[in-house]
Design a binder for this molecule. Structure first.
Ligand code: SF4
Length: 206
């Protein structure tokens, strides 16, 4: 079972395969076939406990990485309580030597948990990378196929606005594939209006 893995000098963490979306481009569709990031599949036969995840971290030279990234095949904020518990334990172990912590997320944590988790991110999470994916709720729903339908789009925008009060570096991302310059500019404006930055990522074919 792969819990932590290295990628381009960062330490990635895979705590869950659960997700409320089924994005058309999701690498989870590859499941047991492995991934572009590791030789093993990131498809977990079961979710690791937080103690198992901590033990996996502590096998490594954690301060040597440039960043810690909660990501994985799935939406990491499903396990926000365990994720933040892990960050607290790592801060206890490594203090100022702990690399910056990022969560790659679909921005649905508040939707998933039915509460505002943003204040809990303060002082624990350095960067949030939130998938914007589209400038319209209808297209977003078609691409990401969230269980909650088009309402998930506004929930993601609301989460971004709230999270920006507590997390120093919040970035929204889109993938450049099939995006016109006009669509990219609309996405840039949405991010600007929320007080965050837009990052346009190159499409990676899994
Ligand atoms: S939100 Fe992320 S994990 Fe979930 S289906 Fe989309 S790409 Fe996959």
């Amino acid at each position: 079972m792969t819990i932590t893995y290295e990628y381009e000098g960062a330490l990635y963490v895979n705590l869950t395969n659960r997700c409320n979306c089924a994005c058309v481009f999701c690498l989870r569709h590859g499941k047991a076939q492995g991934s572009i990031y590791t030789e093993d599949s990131l498809w977990l036969e079961r979710e690791p406990t937080r103690e198992e995840a901590l033990a996996d971290f502590l096998k490594r030279d954690v301060p040597s990485y440039r960043e810690i990234v909660f990501c994985g095949y799935g939406e990491p904020t499903y396990r926000i309580d365990d994720l933040l518990w892990l960050v607290d334990r790592l801060k206890e172990c490594f203090g100022d030597r702990l690399p910056p912590v990022r969560i790659n997320t679909n921005g649905h944590a508040n939707l998933i948990h039915g509460r505002d988790v943003c204040p809990e991110l303060k002082g624990r999470i350095d960067t949030l990378s939130i998938s914007l994916n589209s400038s319209s709720a209808a297209e977003y729903a078609a691409i990401c196929r969230p269980r909650e339908g088009e309402a998930a789009y506004q929930a993601m925008l609301d989460f971004t606005r709230k999270a920006a009060k507590y997390v120093p570096n919040v970035v929204m991302t889109i993938v450049d594939k099939d995006k016109t310059p006009e669509e990219i500019e609309r996405c840039r404006q949405i991010a600007r209006d929320l007080g965050v930055r837009l990052r346009v990522r190159a499409f990676i074919d899994s």
